[in-house]
Design a binder for this molecule. Structure first.
Ligand SMILES: Nc1nc2c(ncn2[C@@H]2O[C@H](COP(=O)(O)OP(=O)(O)OP(=O)(O)O)[C@@H](O)[C@H]2O)c(=O)[nH]1
Ligand SMILES: [Mg+2]
Length: 643
C-alpha cells in the first residue's frame, strides 16, 4: 500500500473543506467554532483509499490570519490540491499558499477549479487561462487542471483518478530513516492519557518504542499505543497520519511544534545554517539581523536572520544565512522552512536547512562558513550521505566527531554512518581515534596534532638533551587538554607505529633522540652504574651514589641525578621502593633463589631470605614485595613460595 499525504491550498471560502468532504465523506472542520462560522481555523484531516494508494488529506484554512496553522499542515505533504474557486479565480491567499508550496518544494500536485457549477463555460475558460498563467514556470506548470462541483459531485471521480495517477509517481518516503513526527495536535483520551498526532515524515514507529519529545528537557516516553488514520496498529510508517499514545507524559508537557523522535538520538538546536530565498513578491529586501517568524515542521519560532557574507538580501535573491532562534527547535539538514515578516505577518521567503547544529559564525568567518555550506548543500542535493558525514567530520577539525554527534547532526541512520565511517577510514580521509564508540578525526587535523607532538618533543630534547623523554601527561596537557583522551592516545599510537616516536613507560621521545654525553659525563654515568653493580644487594640510596660518583668526575648533583634516571629508564638500574639495585644484582638473586628452591624446596621465610641475601629486615620486605610483583616469588601466609 502506497502512502501519500495530500494537502489543500487556496484562498478562504474557495471550497477546500467541501472538496475534501466530497472526496472522503469526512468533514475536516472538527472545531465547534469552525462549524458555527463556516470557515476553517485549524488544520483538519481525512483519509481515502483509491486502488492500492492510501491518501491522508490535510485540509488547511484559507484565512490570512491562520496562515500559521496552514504552515503546520503544509510541511509534510507529498501532493498539493491547489483550490481555486471558479467565481473568484486567483486571490491573495491563492498566491501566498502557492508561494509556500514552492518554497517547501512540494514536488507534485494539481489545480482544482471548484464551484464550477456557479459560472458558465466562457468564465471557466477564462479562469483556466488565468490559472495556467499563474502556475507557469512552477512545479505545477502542465499539471492537471480539473473542474469540480462539490455541490453536485461533478468531476469528483475524475479527481480521484487523477490523484491516484499522480500518487503513483510520488517518491516513497524513507522507512529506514530516523523517525520524526512533528506534532500538530495534542489531546487526552479518558483512560489512555496523552495522545499526540502528526504526519510521520520519516522512518517508522512501533508500539513500545522509546521516544523523546524535542525540544524538551530530555523528556522520554514510550509509545503505549498507535493509530494510523484512526485505526489501531502496531507500526506506523513514513507518510502516515499517526497518533501516538505517550506513556507518562502530561497534556501540558507537549504542544504543537515539538517533534517526536527516537529517544536520545537527535538534538534540538537554537541556530540553523540555511540556504535562504527571498520571494520576488517580498515587499522589501531583507537586512541582516532582521527578526522573522520561522516556520519549520509544525513549529513557529522567532529568529534573527544573519546573512553570511552580505548585509542585505534583495527580493528574489538567495544566499546562505544563519538563523539564530529565540527558542529551540528540532530540525535536520534538508528540512524546508518558511519565514514570515514579524509584523505584519506575511510570507517573505524560505529555504532549506543545511546544518542544524552549527557553530556561531563570526562576521569575519562568514565567507569561509558560506563555502563550507555550499559543499554541504551540494552533498545533500546529491543525496550523498557519506560525503555529507565526511564534511561534518572535516568541519569538526581536531575535536573529531563521535557517533552520537554524527547521528544528531546528520540525522542519518546507523547504517549510513557506518558506511561513511568505513569509507573515510579506508581512504584515510579520517582516522578512527576510537572505533567503539566511534570517534573520527579528519586526517589533516590529526596530522597537525601529530606534528605538534613532534615539535614539542624536539624542543624538549633541545632544551634537555640529557633527559631521555618528556612525560606523557605533560604532553597531553600542553596539546590535548581540550580534546577527548582517545585522540591523544590515537596520535601517540600512530607516531609510535610509524617509528617517529618511542614510548618508554611514562615518557615519550623522538625515536631519533640520542642522549649525547661528554666523555666525563659518560665516565661518571658508567662509574655510577659500577658503584651499584659492586654494591650488589647491599642497599645504597641514590643520594649516596651521587655523593660518591659525582664529585670524583666534577659533576654536580642535578646532572648525576639525571644519569641515575637514564640508567633507570634503560633498565640497567632498578628502583625498588627507595632503594636502587643494579640489574645484575637482581638477576643474581633470581639464580640464588632457584638454587635454594632446588636444595631446600620452594618455601622461603623472611629469616631465610635475610640469611640468603645478607639484607636487613627493613629492606628485605620491599625487596620481597618487588619479587612478588615480578612473579619470582608468591606470598604464602607469612612466608613466600619461590615460583
Ligand atoms: N455552489 C458551490 N458551492 C460550494 C462548492 N464548494 C464549496 N462551496 C461553498 O463555499 C463555501 C465555502 O466552502 P468551504 O469548503 O468551507 O471553503 P474553504 O476553502 O474550506 O474555506 P476556508 O477553509 O475557510 O478557507 C461553503 O458555503 C460551501 O458550501 C461548490 O463546488 N459549489
Ligand atoms: Mg475549509
Amino acid at each position: 500500500m502506497k502512502r501519500v499525504i495530500v494537502g489543500t491550498a487556496g484562498h478562504i471560502d474557495h471550497g477546500k473543506t467541501s472538496l475534501v468532504k466530497a472526496l472522503t465523506g469526512v468533514d475536516a472542520d472538527r472545531l465547534k467554532e469552525e462549524k458555527e462560522r463556516g470557515i476553517t481555523i485549524d488544520i483538519g484531516f481525512a483519509d481515502l483509499t483509491v486502488g492500492d494508494t492510501h491518501f491522508g488529506f490535510v485540509d488547511v484554512p484559507g484565512h490570512e490570519r491562520f496562515v500559521k496553522n496552514m504552515l503546520a499542515g503544509a510541511h509534510g505533504i507529498d501532493l498539493v490540491m491547489l483550490v481555486v474557486a471558479a467565481d473568484e479565480s486567483v486571490m491573495p491567499q491563492t498566491r501566498e499558499h502557492f508561494d509556500i508550496c514552492r518554497l517547501l518544494e512540494v514536488k507534485s500536485g494539481l489545480v482544482v477549479i471548484t464551484k464550477a457549477d456557479l459560472v458558465d463555460e466562457e468564465f471557466l475558460q477564462l479562469v483556466e487561462s488565468e490559472v495556467a498563467e499563474f502556475v507557469a514556470g512552477s512545479f505545477l506548470e502542465g499539471a492537471p487542471v480539473l473542474r469540480v462541483s462539490s455541490r453536485s459531485g461533478a468531476g469528483v471521480d475524475e479527481l480521484k483518478k487523477t490523484l491516484a495517477m499522480l500518487a503513483s509517481k510520488v517518491q516513497e518516503r524513507d522507512d529506514a530513516a530516523v523517525a520524526r513526527l512533528p506534532i500538530d495536535r495534542v489531546f487526552t483520551i479518558k483512560g489512555f492519557g496523552t495522545v499526540v498526532t502528526g504526519t510521520l515524515i520519516a522512518g517508522r514507529i512501533r508500539a513500545g518504542d522509546e521516544l523523546e519529545v524535542l525540544p524538551s528537557a530530555g523528556r522520554r516516553s514510550r509509545a503505549r499505543g498507535l493509530q494510523v488514520h484512526g485505526k489501531s496498529t502496531t507500526e506506523a510508517f513514513a507518510g502516515e497520519r499517526t497518533a501516538v499514545n505517550l506513556q507518562g507524559i502530561d497534556l501540558d508537557e507537549v504542544e504543537r511544534g515539538q517533534t517526536l523522535a527516537p529517544a536520545g538520538r537527535l538534538r534540538a538546536s537554537s541556530m540553523l545554517d540555511v540556504r535562504l530565498q527571498l520571494l520576488k513578491s517580498a515587499p522589501r529586501s531583507l537586512r541582516t539581523r532582521s527578526r522573522v517568524r520561522l516556520h519549520i515542521g509544525t513549529a513557529e519560532v522567532l529568529a534573527r536572520v544573519v546573512l553570511l557574507g552580505q548585509s542585505e538580501l534583495a527580493a528574489g535573491a538567495e544566499c546562505f544565512a544563519q538563523l539564530r532562534l529565540e527558542s529551540q527547535t528540532l530540525a535536520l539538514p534538508g528540512d524546508h522552512f518558511i519565514i514570515r515578516s514579524y509584523s505584519p505577518a506575511v510570507t517573505i521567503g524560505g529555504g532549506t536547512v543545511v546544518d542544524a547544529l552549527p557553530q556561531k559564525h563570526r562576521l569575519r568567518e562568514a565567507a569561509q562558513a558560506a563555502s563550507q555550506l555550499e559543499k554541504l548543500a551540494a552533498a545533500h542535493l546529491a543525496a550523498n550521505d557519506a560525503e555529507r558525514i565526511a564534511l561534518l567530520v572535516e568541519m569538526a577539525g581536531e575535536h573529531g566527531m563521535s557517533h552520537a554527534e554524527i547521528a544528531a547532526r546528520s540525522g542519518s541512520p546507523d547504517e549510513a554512518i557506518k558506511r561513511a565511517a568505513d569509507a573515510m577510514t579506508r581512504t584515510r580521509r579520517a582516522i578512527a581515534a576510537s572505533s567503539n564508540p566511534l570517534l573520527l578525526v579528519e586526517r589533516s587535523a590529526f596530522e597537525e596534532l601529530a606534528k605538534r607532538v613532534r615539535a614539542l618533543l624536539k624542543e624538549f630534547h633541545q632544551k634537555s638533551p640529557l633527559e631521555s623523554g618528556m612525560g606523557r601527561e605533560e604532553i597531553r596537557e600542553k596539546i590535548f587538554a581540550h580534546l577527548p583522551p582517545e585522540i591523544f592516545r590515537a596520535v601517540v599510537t600512530q607516531l609510535v607505529e610509524r617509528n617517529e616516536v618511542a614510548a618508554e613507560k611514562d615518557l615519550l621521545r623522538l625515536a631519533s633522540h640520542r642522549i649525547a654525553l661528554s666523555a666525563e659525563e659518560q665516565a661518571a654515568k658508567d662509574h655510577m652504574a659500577a658503584l651499584f653493580a659492586t654494591a650488589g644487594l647491599q642497599p645504597m640510596s641514590l643520594e649516596e651514589a651521587i655523593a660518591k660518583a659525582g664529585p670524583q668526575f666534577g659533576i654536580d648533583a642535578a646532572r648525576a641525578q639525571r644519569f641515575a634516571q637514564m640508567l633507570i629508564n634503560s633498565g640497567e638500574l632498578v628502583r625498588v621502593a627507595e632503594l636502587i639495585f643494579h640489574r645484575s644484582a637482581l638477576d643474581g638473586l633470581r639464580q640464588t633463589l632457584q638454587k635454594f628452591k632446588a636444595e631446600h624446596g620452594a618455601k622461603l621465610d623472611v629469616g631465610a631470605f635475610k640469611d640468603l641475601t645478607g639484607i636487613s629486615r627493613k629492606y628485605a620486605i620491599p625487596l620481597l614485595e618487588y619479587l612478588d610483583r615480578q612473579r619470582v616469588t608468591r606470598r604464602a601466609g607469612d612466608a613466600r613460595e619461590i615460583l
